[in-house]
Design a protein around this ligand. Sequence first.
Ligand code: NAP
Length: 248
Amino acid sequence: MGLLEGKVAIVTGASRGIGKAIAQKFASEGAKVAFTYLSSEEKAKAFEDELKAAGIEARGYKSNAGVFLEAEELIANVVKDFGALDIIVNNAGITRDNLLMRMSEEQFDEVIATNLKSVFNTTKGALRTFLKARKGSIINIGSVVGVNGNAGQSNYAASKAGIYGFTKSVAKELGSRNIRSNAIAPGFIATEMTDVLDQNVVSEWVKGIPLKRAGKADEVADLCVFLGSDKSSYITGQVINVCGGMVM
Ligand code: NAP
C-alpha cells in the first residue's frame, strides 16, 4: 500500500520540472492527482494520458495560479471531479531575473503574482473543504534564495520569503483543525528553469555544494510525499531545505 493511498492531491505547475516529478511520485504512492499548467497544453495532455494509462485517476487543468478567481474555480472543479481534497502542493513558479537597477515593475509584479499570491489563492480556495474534513496538508515550494537572497533575483527572493511567512501563519491559524502547512526550500535542482542559466556559473555553484551536484526533481518530490502523508502528522509550520547542504 502506498503512502498516499486514496488521497486526492492538487499539484500546481506540473506540466514539467519539479511539479511533474511530484505528481508522478504522488501517483506512484496511490494518490489521485489533479494538476495544473498554464501554457504547456500538449505536455499536460500527454502527462494526463500517461497517468491514466497507468490506471491512475488523474486530470490536468489549465489554470493561472496567480489569478484568484481561476484558483477558486480550479478547487471547486477538483472537488467536484474527485469528490475530496487532501493535499495541495503550491509549486507553480517563474523567474524574471534582473538587477534591481533594470528590473521593471512588470517583472516584479509578475513574479509576486505567480509565486506568492498563487499560494494565497489556492490555500484560500481549499480552506472550506479542509475545514469541513478537519484535515489537510499544504506544501509550498519556496527556495533557499528566499532566506539567503540572491543578486539579480530580488523579486524571486521576495516572493519565496513571503511564502515562508504565509506558511507559518497558516500553520498557527489552522493547526487546531488538523490542517498542516509546510514549505520546502529547494537549492539548485536541474530543470528547464535552470537550463537557461550560464553553465559556467552553474559549475561554480556546484563546487560550493557539499554534495557536489545539482539536485533532482525526484529528490524534492520525495519530501513532498512525506509531507503529504500521515507519516508527517506532527510536522507543521516548517521550512525544510532540499539543497545538498548548500544552505545550513
Ligand atoms: P519549471 O521547469 O520552469 O516549471 C514551472 C512550472 O510552473 C510549469 O509546469 C509551468 O507551466 C508552471 N507555471 C508557470 N507559471 C504558472 C502559472 N501562472 N499558473 C500555473 N502554472 C504555472 O520550474 P521548476 O524548476 O520545476 O520549478 C518548480 C518550483 O520550484 C518553482 O516554484 C520554483 O521557484 C521552485 N524552485 C526551483 C528550483 C530549481 O533549481 N529548479 C530551485 C528552487 C525552487 P507551463 O509549462 O504550462 O508554463
